[in-house]
Design a binder for this molecule. Sequence first.
Ligand code: 2RA
Length: 335
Amino acid sequence: KKYNVAIVGATGAVGHELLKVLAERNFPVGELRLLASQRSAGKTMEYQGKEYTIGLTDENAFDGIDIALFAGGSASTEFADAAVKAGAVVIDNSSAFRLDPDVPLVVPEVNPEDVDWHKGIIANPNCSTIIMAVALKPLHDAARIKRVVVSTYQAVSGAGKEGITELTEQTGQVLRGEAVDPTVFAHPIAFNLIPHIDVFQEGDYTKEEWKMIKETRKIMHEPDMAITATTVRVPVYRSHSESINIEFDQKISADEAKKVLAEAPGVIIIDDIQNKQYPMPLYTSDKDEVFIGRIREDLSIEKGLNLWVVADQIRKGAATNAIQIAEVLIQRNCI
Ligand code: 2RA
């Protein structure tokens, strides 16, 4: 069976990656409809050697569509309902519906069963949240997580194509001794770190930090899990990195943790310190897995671990996860 697929926001960083991942995974695409805002409608994009003209996203754009992949942004609040009314299942990469109790929030390696109760919309979690959840779930099953302390090192492409351009231009400007004029980020990102992603909210946490806390609790079905986060933008093009410290209810040794993670779905361990092997963003991009290394016991507490986790946030943190959700929908007969 084939499925008619629409991509809303096809021209952005996530839209491009959705197309790539659909093709790579040989997703059973019937009709493909690429949609965008007025700015991009009429342009063309290629999929499997064929050229597609981008249509305008509006209420009438979803007739006959089975799966509508929303890449993110304001189109979701504006048009997700129209897509559902037209009979499509929406897989939404924006933050609009993630914490809605009527909307499943799914990472296929963690809570695939949650697609079963969808009412038309399934939310794709925030990128840094997905990456962390894939690492936490198998360890939680093994030893019960009590508390998580995470610090992120997030690539500029998390802010879209414009983030990449800003880093490239500023790097050149700094090297030439010219002044820089930040527009995407609040401060210069070249040769800098910015401990501020998205807007500041309650408790002086940023929205990105709250996403990591609240979304992880929902995905893991642990509404009271203690999680604290600091999210930082770094001058890296692609792949988010996370330093994760975990306190457990039960003791789990580093060796046991390595065994558990080695068997976990979607995880690749790179952890050979003798040979200086650990995950790094330069080498995890364009990959679908979550890479984990520096797995070691937290020597300051009795039952704790430290992990270094890296993954391509446009792939596993967005496009790949969304298409995996579509695959789970099909496998579980939920479409
Ligand atoms: C970022 N989490 O990296 C965002 C993208 N969704 O800015």
